[in-house]
Structures are given as structure tokens and as C-alpha cells.
Write a protein that binds this ligand. Sequence first.
Ligand SMILES: [Zn+2]
Ligand SMILES: [Zn+2]
Length: 308
Amino acid sequence: MRDRSSAMRPRPFDRPGRFFRGNIHTHSTNSDGHATPERVVEAYRRQGYDFIAVTDHFLSRYGYPITDTTQWRTSDFTTLLGAELHVPALANGELWHILAVGLPPDFAPPNPGESAADLAARAAEAGAFVGLAHPAWYGLTPDEARSIEAAHAVEVYNETCAMHNDRGESWYITDLLLSEGRRLTAFGADDAHLSESRPDAFGVWVMVRAEQLDPRVLVEALKAGAYYTSQGPLIHDIRLEDREIVVECSPARSIFVSGRHRRVAFVHGQRLTEWRCSIEQFLGSYCRVTVVDHSGKRAWTNPIWLEE
Ligand SMILES: [Zn+2]
Ligand SMILES: [Zn+2]
């Protein structure tokens, strides 16, 4: 057993508390979802989640809903308030999709002519965790992503998009921005609409590390990057010791440490639960860890920034 006292841990593994499992992007009948807010909350609670954010489309045709789920908070399950914000338009004509979790219930509708960058900034100022929703699904360009300076994060995996046009994964644009030095974090979410035709619930979630299951604490933890994303695998610990990165996880068939451009270290095997590799090639930029289990399900850490 090595002395682990000198190990440095990146977020969230340096934080006290425990992991809480949540889905931070979901729709209800207050916009185009197929289940009432109460049924959505109940479905996630029954599945063993600790929290959910119902984030209906913040559009005039739905009455600009900030869906109120506070009445279903209990001692062991909580809800965050939020919405998916929209204004015209990407270069390709699509409305912007910006996720805001931790909004006040009286968040004002977009002002006439308000830009996506200004709307995102207003949501962040109001206290929200702001994420660029499903870039791959609707053709968001790197320049458009760059323009949202208030974004905390990119939605790197979206379950309903995976089931809709097979463009669930958005790591490519995220890695481009990270490689430029942009300090974004990376989350996955179901974006569940709970329709009969498209299974999109319980596919991907965030594991947020916090000391309390409290909405305000969870939103602050999201903003601080104190979470990782999973489709199934658990990441127990990440630490930096002896100029190596050490990964401890549930049994995996592959572990990747990916960095800027083509920098990478990887291992493939059977039921891998601990692996370490040198951090030298990642110094001065970032790396991130992907764990793949034997059924192909993935877990992703946030970017880990490494000084020279
Ligand atoms: Zn969307
Ligand atoms: Zn959505």
C-alpha cells in the first residue's frame, strides 16, 4: 500500500460528502413532455434517483413555464427548478437550446431581441447552472458555442437525442473548446420526454458530490464542477500521485485518459478496477477520464486541468 497522503484529487473526488444521483434535463406536460410533472418526479424517485430538474421549454406557446416541483421534495429526494431557454436563432435557423438549472421561479421571459449570450448571462446571474444543450443534435457550431461566455458546461451526452437522431454525444465540440483553454465542465442528461415511441428515461445521469441533498447546495456543486456523468459505471476515485493519474472504478473493459487534440493513454482488459498512467503528456492543459463497462456503458469525468 502506497502512502496516499500526498495525493491530490480533482473535483469532485476532493470534496466531502457523498454522491447524489440526478437528472438535470427533463420535460413534462408543461411543455412537450408526455407525463405530468408529478409523474415525472415519481418515475425518477422510484428509479432510485436522489433529485431531478424538470426543465420545460421556456417558450411563449407554453406560457414560459418554470415548472414548480417543490411540493414533491422530501427528506430523501429533492428537485431543482429550471428550464430550457430558447431564442432565435443559430446560423442554420434552429432556435437556441440552453439549459438553465437553479432558476428563480419568477425568471423573466426573453426580452425582445435578447441574444442567446445575453439570455444565458441573465440566467447565470440569477443563480443558474448554464449548459449548452445537445450541440450535436441540432448542428451548433464551435463559434456559436464559444459565444456563450456564461456557459458553465456542455451537455456531452443526451439520451433523447441518442434515441431521436443518433446524435446523443457531443464530446467533439467540447474537446475543441477545452483544447483552446475554455474551462467548461461536461454533463449528461436524459432530456426525457417520456413518450411511448422513444425510450429516453434513466439512460444517463450526473453524480453530484455534496454534503447535503439541498437544491441550493446541489446547484452550487454543479457550478463548481463537483460531479461526474454516467450511463452505469461508477468512478470511485481519481487522484494524482507520483506524477501519475490513478483511476478507481467499477469493473471496466476500457479506461481512457484523453487530453488536448490526440493526446491519450488507455487500457483494455477484463474487469479493470484500478489503473494508473503518467500525466506528463497532459501537463499545461487538461485531461479527462472515460470508463467503459462490459456492456459498453460509459462514465465520464469533468476535465482535469494540470499545471506545467
Ligand atoms: Zn433541446
Ligand atoms: Zn430538452
